[in-house]
Design a protein around this ligand. Structure first.
Ligand code: ZN
Ligand code: ZN
Length: 126
């Protein structure tokens, strides 16, 4: 990668705000990342502050996990119900393709349900 402002120089890194390559002359090291000198310094500083605030507010991340678990369970349940419906329809009308489709949906639903429960349960403090 070359410096965005000096095409003949190698970049030492990329600006955390705009992602442009920077040489040692153009970069300002803000300890958490590089910024374009006098162009993106303020942006990157705000960005770093934002990230640090997010880390401090970590209790909310368990709420996010809880919410994603709920939506994951709903989606999985939807697939299982859909699969069972398809399979029932296929059995009723003796259409093996529809049965196979239903089985696929239901299997997918069960697999994703198990995965959602396994991943999220380890992260939620009870
Ligand atoms: Zn920049
Ligand atoms: Zn440069």
């Amino acid at each position: 990668m070359k410096c965005f402002y000096h095409q003949d120089r190698d970049a030492i890194g990329a600006c955390k705000s705009c992602g442009k390559g920077l040489c040692s002359e153009c970069a300002v090291d803000l300890s958490q990342g590089l910024a374009c000198k006098s162009r993106c310094e303020e942006d990157v500083q705000n960005l770093i502050r934002l990230i640090q605030n997010n880390i401090k507010l970590s209790p909310t991340s368990s709420n996010i996990i809880r919410a994603s678990r709920r939506s994951g369970v709903i989606t999985s349940g939807f697939y299982i119900v859909l699969g069972v419906m398809f399979a029932g329809w296929g059995i009723h009308d003796e259409m093996s393709l529809i049965i196979a489709m239903g089985v696929c949906f239901a299997t997918f639903g069960v697999i994703s349900l198990v995965r959602v429960l396994r991943i999220t349960s380890t992260h939620i403090p009870s």
